[in-house]
Every structure is written in C-alpha cells, then in structure tokens.
Design a protein around this ligand. Structure first.
Ligand code: ATP
Length: 210
C-alpha cells in the first residue's frame, strides 16, 4: 500500500510553493495521495489573516484538478489548538496498515523540537522534509540526533515501513511565501502567477488580505 502524504499548514493563502512541493513528492516518492490539512488554530503562530473557511475554500480550489490531492478538514472541525500529533494519531487509527508521511518544509522541520509531543511523531508516521531556499538541515542538537538516528536516503523504506524514517527530499526551489503574498496584496499589487487563478479569484472577491 502506497504511503499517504500529510501536508499541514495555515495555507494563508496556498501558493505554488506548496502545490509544486506536494506534487513532486507525490510523483518522486511514489505516494498514493497527498492530504492537505489546513490548520484551525495553529499553536505556533499568530492568528491567521483569512478565516478558516476561506483558507479551506482556497485549498479545495487549488487542489481540485489533481486526482492525487485530497483536502482533509479534520483540524478545522476540532476544537482547541491544532496539534499535529493528534492529527497523526487519528489518521493512524483510520489507516491502520498504511505508511504515513508527514511533509514539512525545512523551516518547519527546524522548529520541530518546540512542537507538542514532537518526539512521538515518528511513532505514527515518517517525516518527509522538503528543502526550502535558504535553509540547511540540522547536524547538531536534538534534531541533528533525530536525523542521524532516523534519516534515510532510501525511498523504499517509506513504503516498506509504516512510520519511523526521516527522508530529506530536494524539491524545485520556489521562493514564495504566504507572508510575502499577503504583504504584496496589502501594498495593492497583484499576486497573479504566484498561485492558481482560482485561488487569486477567492482572494480578490473576498478582499481577505486588503
Ligand atoms: P507563512 O509565510 O504565512 O509562514 P508559508 O508560505 O510558510 O506561510 P505555511 O502554510 O505556513 O506557508 O506552510 C505549510 C508548509 O509548507 C510548511 O511545512 C512550509 O515549510 C511549507 N512551505 C511553504 N512554502 C514553501 C515553499 N515555497 N517551498 C517548499 N515548502 C514550502
């Protein structure tokens, strides 16, 4: 059974950096599907700018044309902080025998040691780290240790085991961030070509970043 990729984020808004990363992982690592999981109340960051239902609509619109992409709204339906460990344990119950792969950009991986019950994440899933421009893999500290104990270059490990490996995957570097997109729109500029037109339409029609 092919692995399910779990791609969490605020997606405020979703952009081509997210979509291309997910697509390359889907294809290059031979994953069965990528689940986009928009977070409801992210514990590590300020309030989102766009409301949850709008972020969800943008993710649905952006992913609709790719059969391997699925949108999962479980964090939006759950009350309280959106802890990834809760999402992984719920998915593990649902997909008992299937490998799961939590997808993180390198920036997110470098902050992992501050996450709620971070040292249990590999009990539920693999971690796939996507290279992002300007970030380097840790070689010291708790994450350096985690990487030396659990790191693998072998993609088959992600298929043959349900959890427990960390794989760093180089993706096409698209230096796009949601923050920059929000700033750009706030400055009255057009975000066209940084995201699918259907996402831009939601932004323009709702005025959510004005
Ligand atoms: P913000 O600028 O608001 O922090 P973001 O663009 O980093 O947003 P998030 O929704 O916070 O987007 O990110 C979700 C996940 O996608 C994270 O794991 C992040 O590392 C990853 N990610 C975001 N942008 C890119 C990109 N351009 N290339 C690869 N991964 C990315």
């Amino acid at each position: 059974m092919s692995p399910i990729g779990i791609f969490g984020g605020t997606f405020d808004p979703i952009h081509y950096g997210h979509l291309r990363t997910a697509f390359e992982i889907l294809q290059a690592l031979r994953f069965g599907e990528i689940r986009f999981v928009p977070s409801g109340d992210p514990p590590h960051r300020d309030q989102t700018i766009a409301k949850a239902d709008l972020r969800f609509d943008m993710v649905c619109a952006a992913t609709a044309a790719e059969a391997g992409f699925v949108v999962d709204d479980r964090e939006l339906r759950r009350n309280g902080p959106s802890y990834t460990i809760d999402t992984l344990s719920a998915m593990r119950e649902e997909f008992t025998d299937r490998p799961l792969g939590l997808i993180l950009g390198m920036d997110a991986f470098l902050g992992l040691a501050s996450w709620h019950r971070w040292d249990e994440l590999l009990d539920y899933a693999h971690i796939v780290v996507a290279h992002r421009p300007g970030w380097q893999a840790p070689d010291i500290g708790p994450l350096g240790e985690l990487l030396s104990e659990h790191g693998t270059h072998r993609v088959d490990n992600l298929h043959e085991h349900r959890k427990g490996f960390i794989h760093i995957h180089a993706v096409t570097q698209l230096e796009i961030s949601s923050t920059e997109i929000r700033d750009l729109i706030g400055a009255g500029r057009d975000p066209r070509f940084l995201m699918p037109d259907v996402v831009r339409d939601v932004i323009m029609n709702s005025g959510c970043y004005k």
